[in-house]
Design a protein around this ligand. Structure first.
Ligand code: GDD
Ligand code: MN
Length: 386
């Protein structure tokens, strides 16, 4: 590891689980049915990682084939420790696997995590370069980027996947312009990050990646102070096929929303926005129901429920996806109750504001709307999605 030697060679060559203060390079590799790739990956890592540095490789395997056995067999000829964690009940997909791999090493240890794919689309000989660059530039995060001059995405087969990848990059950077400023390729699955940078979030169980975008999760939740990038050429797959499906696209949108709404204020804003869109089904319902000749008062009441259902579905998917602990019928009932309590509370509140406190009708209504909205948001968090 060239210039990094002084930082790394103080530690003995052993797995990082064996003591506080060790400095290791822990390569974390998520695998899902990669039996045809892991042998070649370990062979190329053996060539790439100089044996005078403390390195280890941790596989987190969600496979339904014999990938784990193939790794264990190939590991016998490796000069570095290889750990295989097999998950029978995988959570969080690729990103969840990476977090699980980071959890097994000594939390007090120093050094680096390098995250890479098993299919050799990420060139193993770049691993030492990533760590070197981080040490040389004092960076906390080093991203291998396809979009830096000298990088390429040859292995991203087809114009469709290039377009999807590009839009996802823009969307992520648009959502987090400040946090992702120095990162040209936040969708990359190949990067090195200092263990100290992720330690706090790991300890607080604060990492909840959803699917493929583990770098996005770490960049947003761990906020590395300094970031640098190295260009790399995204290779063709060595064997097998990509595990990415259309479902990953939806998971990415869900992941981005979860990250953006991590703060209560952001969550309340989205809650309010969703509430506003509820006017649409409400008015449409009213139009249809009165069209059938129904009196407008019962129509109002029924149409209001259209808005309630619409809002409920949207907040379930966009806002509280990972907080749906109660039974769904229980959640619907509580949500509907709150939505109607909101109406019941607003009228007496307006009456008090106007009658006792001498507010004008308009400011009183505005204040009551705001108050009941904030109350309803707080109650939804506390009583429906605790
Ligand atoms: N443990 C685990 N669990 N591993 C998984 C899972 C999972 O559910 N899904 C995929 N993997 C592993 C694969 O076995 C492979 O080692 C790695 O994650 C990447 O999966 P691929 O299926 O090869 O992904 P890709 O090539 O389509 O996407 C890669 O490149 C994208 C850039 O275009 C990933 O690195 C993406 O994160 C990246 O955005
Ligand atoms: Mn791949």
């Amino acid at each position: 590891f060239g210039t990094g030697a002084e930082e790394l060679d103080t530690a003995p060559l052993r797995p990082s689980g064996s003591g506080a203060g060790t400095r290791t390079v822990t390569v974390v590799v998520p695998t899902f049915n990669e039996a045809g790739n892991v042998g070649e990956l370990l062979r190329r890592l053996t060539e790439a990682l100089p044996s005078r540095f403390p390195c280890e490789v941790v596989f987190v395997d969600d496979s339904t084939d014999d990938t784990a056995d193939v790794i264990r067999r190939a590991a016998r000829s490796c000069p570095f420790p290889v750990t295989v964690i097999h998950r029978d009940e995988p959570v969080g997909g690729l990103g969840g696997a990476v977090v699980e791999g980071m959890r097994v090493v000594d939390p007090m240890g120093r050094g680096w995590f390098v995250v890479m794919d098993a299919d050799l689309q990420h060139p193993p000989d770049l691993v030492p370069d990533l760590v070197d660059a981080g040490i040389r530039e004092g960076a906390e995060l080093v991203v291998a980027s396809r979009y830096r001059p000298g990088g390429s995405r040859a292995g991203l087969a087809g114009g469709y996947r290039v377009a999807v990848s590009r839009s996802a990059t823009w969307l992520a950077k648009g959502t987090f312009p400040r946090l992702l400023r120095g990162i040209s390729d936040p969708m990359s699955g190949f990067f090195a990050i200092r263990r100290e940078t992720v330690a706090a979030a790991l300890a607080e169980e604060g990492l909840r990646p959803l699917g493929y975008k583990i770098l996005l999760e770490l960049a947003v939740r761990c906020r590395p102070a300094t970031v640098t990038e190295l260009p790399f050429a995204f290779q063709d797959r060595f064997a097998g096929a990509s595990k990415s499906t259309a479902r990953e696209g939806f998971r990415f949108l869900g992941h981005l929303t979860a990250l953006r709404t991590a703060a209560p204020v952001a969550r309340m804003l989205l809650f309010g926005l969703i509430g506003l869109t509820g006017f649409l089904p409400n008015l449409l319902g009213l139009h249809l129901l009165t069209g059938t000749g129904l009196h407008y008062l019962p129509a109002e009441i029924v149409a209001n429920q259209f808005g309630v259902v619409w809002n409920f579905l949207l907040i379930e998917v966009l806002l509280f996806r990972d907080r749906r602990h109660r039974h769904w019928a229980d959640r619907v009932a509580r949500f509907a109750l709150l939505a109607n309590a909101d109406l019941l509370l607003r009228i007496p509140l307006i009456a008090v504001l106007v009658g006792a406190l001498h507010f004008g009708v308009l400011p009183a209504t505005a204040l009551a709307l705001l108050t009941t909205f904030v109350l309803r948001f707080a109650a939804t968090e506390a009583l429906v999605y605790l």
